[in-house]
Design a protein around this ligand. Sequence first.
Ligand SMILES: Nc1ncnc2c1ncn2[C@@H]1O[C@H](COP(=O)(O)OP(=O)(O)OP(=O)(O)O)[C@@H](O)[C@H]1O
Ligand SMILES: [Mg+2]
Length: 317
Amino acid sequence: MTVPSPLPMDVAGVTVAVVGPEVAGAVVAIIHAAFGERPVLDPPSTALTESEASVADALARHGGLLARRDGRPVGALLLGVAEESLLLRRVSVVPEAQGTGVATALADAAAEVARARGLRRVHLTARTELPGTIGFWAGLGYREVGRAGALLTLAKELAVECEVATADQMRTLGQRVAGLLRAGDLIICTGHLGAGKTTFTQGIGAGLGVRGDVTSPTFVISRVHPSRHGSPPLVHADAYRLGGLAELDDLDLDVSLEDSVTVVEWGEGLAEPLAEDRLEVTITRSRGASADGERRTVRLDPVGARWVGSDLAAAVT
Ligand SMILES: Nc1ncnc2c1ncn2[C@@H]1O[C@H](COP(=O)(O)OP(=O)(O)OP(=O)(O)O)[C@@H](O)[C@H]1O
Ligand SMILES: [Mg+2]
């Protein structure tokens, strides 16, 4: 696992810091300004009943995040913790700074805090009457995982990273990830030429117990590897050689993607429409000490409700 970058973070000219009760006055002012602007809901949000004392109390327990631009407080949220997950409450941006990247900066910082605290996911609640809010979080990979009346719970599983020194280790990683996979899963592999995408896919094939060697599908659009035991078949496609992945669904496959595990190399920006939920695997190479003088870092970024609760961290440790 990589060491999380420490806060404060600077994103789009916004500095976000973890704060405690000493700034409760500023935080409650931001909450009141942000929620005062929103349409009145039924039942109304309780955010406007927050006082400096109630906010100080929440900040003393789990802390919060305060976003500043040019030194001026422009956004804030309160933190909580429930079941290995970091809870974001009262996510607030002052009206004059809305739409300028403050909420994104807060969300990025929250993910860093969750990682630093050893948590696996981030969640929050949102009202169904506020589709813009839900859309904002969906754009960051948050998905609905629960619903109680008009209150949705949105969650995102955190990405995990590890260093992989050898091709064998890359296969082992793929094999471990395969243990988490089920029919219908989509894996999008990204990384430069020779990064190890096919090697990783070989591990997935081994984990699923598929027939046939998993090789680079250079001169074919994709290959289907049936499983020798009860696991789903592996569909392995390479969008780079295709010069674009028009519609994998249109390919003349004798299996359906819902019944298969699909791995698309070079699929970034192309294969996403195939499934709302996916596992994004990004392999980066840099100079470093390993067998071939290169260091490879693999990032597993789960997108969508399908992955909430899955133990990706176990695959990389
Ligand atoms: N740590 C490592 N992980 C993966 N592959 C490694 C590693 N170290 C060395 N290798 C070698 O690097 C090569 C990686 O090739 P591979 O075909 O998996 O990459 P790729 O990303 O699929 O490439 P392409 O972009 O051509 O599809 C293999 O020959 C593999 O043995
Ligand atoms: Mg390849």
